[in-house]
Design a protein around this ligand. Structure first.
Ligand code: DGT
Ligand code: MG
Length: 430
């Protein structure tokens, strides 16, 4: 008896944006294997191959039950020959030789380690790899000239490769909200990216900012950044202004997937202390209360430490008030921080944060475009072009047959324009 043979007759639509893809699904072993191969293809700048593996993985993520035998996959879309071979191998042997070889290969490990440095892409990593640089330490020793982003990436390497938790994302959100409201009351801040899809951890925290009065949002980013910088919240930032005006093509041309929003790539300095902490102008006072960590209660005795060299007590700027992150994650953070280059453990960590400002009229498109997943976005655009003769971007939706832009003030309206069933953020984890 073959359990679940009925999977084969279930009809599954071929675009990921037509399917519900929850965060938790039934085929983790298979999707992990395919994701490794996708990642390897992407690191080798073989985008087409990467997408093929991602599509196959996304299909498996959307299935209502565990796949136990390859015969259950008959008639399902998105499964290319190569992906099917890998899936069969994993189903039969528990592992795929190609996946094992990949994960153990020096090149894959080095490329992952090097692209794990903020500001380093596949091209640069590959050049370094071929010079014999395999790790961030090798890079540090090499004496290569690095740009500002890469220097920050190297400096905060361990921390930035530590997952950001939901509670950390919420704490960052509170800071961003204070910053934005200080410079533009009435502005709206939305948590986007993976956290909006229900993920409990992420590699960064993404926010979309807008204001109901169109135009009020213009020039907002530099002001927000100044506020954050003055308060000592930023370890690094690079802000790009919007470029709607420079572009003569109109907002939704497919030539470039690059957004033209005001945007800030940053590294935040987030306090990681548990409860019982106050910060006073550059020094912190811990009150010695019991705190809960992964290993059970520990008592932190009162200490007086300098929190940060760049926020001295004679700083003209007010310092962050109590911003507290609680959770079992704190212990892992302190482990990394305790081993970092600074003298002694510290009570803050570096977190990657992306801020995007959108005009109100483009908000729904920006929200849809920045919620992800990356494959879900790609599939939406592919659906729009190939099935509807429309062009979708994070700015607009253009109907090429009617030669007009289609307005929308909600994600639901965009799905409707596209002739798609509405898929909520939690089911966009393709
Ligand atoms: P994470 O951060 O690794 O946990 O996962 P995500 O899904 O938050 O991924 P992330 O932060 O790289 O990007 C969030 C979404 O924003 C992603 O699905 C696509 C979109 N996105 C990111 N960068 C760009 C960009 O430069 N242009 C456009 N149009 N969208 C972008
Ligand atoms: Mg993200």
């Amino acid at each position: 008896e073959k359990p679940g043979l009925e999977l084969a007759v279930v009809s599954v639509p071929s675009y990921a944006c037509q399917r519900h893809t929850p965060l938790l699904h039934h085929n983790i072993t298979l999707t992990d294997a395919l994701s490794i191969l996708a990642e390897n293809a992407e690191l080798g700048e073989n985008e087409g191959r990467g997408v093929a593996f991602r599509r196959a993985a996304a299909l498996l993520k959307s299935l209502p039950q565990e796949v136990r035998g390859a015969e259950q996959l008959r008639g399902l879309p998105c499964l290319g020959e190569h992906s099917l071979r890998v899936i069969k191998e994993v189903l039969e042997d528990g592992v795929s030789l190609e996946v094992e070889t990949t994960t153990h290969s020096e090149q894959f490990k080095a490329m992952k380690a090097l692209t794990g440095i903020f500001g380093v892409g596949a091209k640069t990593a590959d050049r370094w790899f071929r010079e014999g640089i395999h790790t961030p330490s090798d890079l540090q020793r090499s004496g290569h000239t690095l740009n500002r982003a890469q220097r920050a990436g190297l400096q905060y390497y361990d921390e930035l490769n530590l997952p950001v938790t939901k509670s950390e994302a919420v704490a960052i959100g509170q800071i961003v909200e204070r910053a934005v409201h200080a410079v533009l009351p009435g502005a709206e801040i939305t948590l986007i990216g993976g956290f909006r899809r229900g993920k409990q951890t992420g590699h960064d925290v993404d926010f979309l900012i807008t204001h109901p009065d169109e135009g009020r949002e213009e020039g907002l980013m530099p002001k927000v950044v100044s506020w954050l910088e003055a308060q000592g919240f930023l370890l690094y930032q690079k802000t790009t202004g919007n470029s709607y005006l420079e572009s003569k093509e109109g907002p939704a041309r497919p030539a470039s997937n690059m957004d033209r929003f005001e945007r800030c790539f940053s590294i935040f300095r987030l306090s990681t202390d548990n409860e019982g902490r106050e910060i006073q102008t550059g020094r912190e006072i811990q009150t010695g209360r019991e705190i809960q960590t992964g290993d059970g209660p520990q008592t932190y005795s009162p200490t007086l430490t300098n929190t940060d060299p760049h926020t001295h007590s004679d700083s003209p700027h007010p310092l962050p008030q109590t911003l507290v992150v609680v959770g079992d994650h704190a212990q892992k953070v302190s482990w990394v921080l305790g081993h970092s280059q600074c003298s002694g453990p510290r009570s803050w960590r570096a977190v990657r944060v992306d801020l995007v400002v959108s005009p109100y009229s483009q908000f729904a498109f920006a929200l849809l475009g920045w919620t992800g997943s990356k494959l879900f976005e790609r599939e939406l655009r592919r659906w729009a072009v190939h099935e509807k003769a429309m062009t979708l971007s994070s700015h607009a939706l253009y109907d090429r047959k009617r030669t007009q832009y289609l307005r929308a003030s909600s994600e639901e309206e965009i799905f409707a324009h596209l002739g798609l069933e509405y898929i909520p953020p939690c089911d966009r984890n393709a």
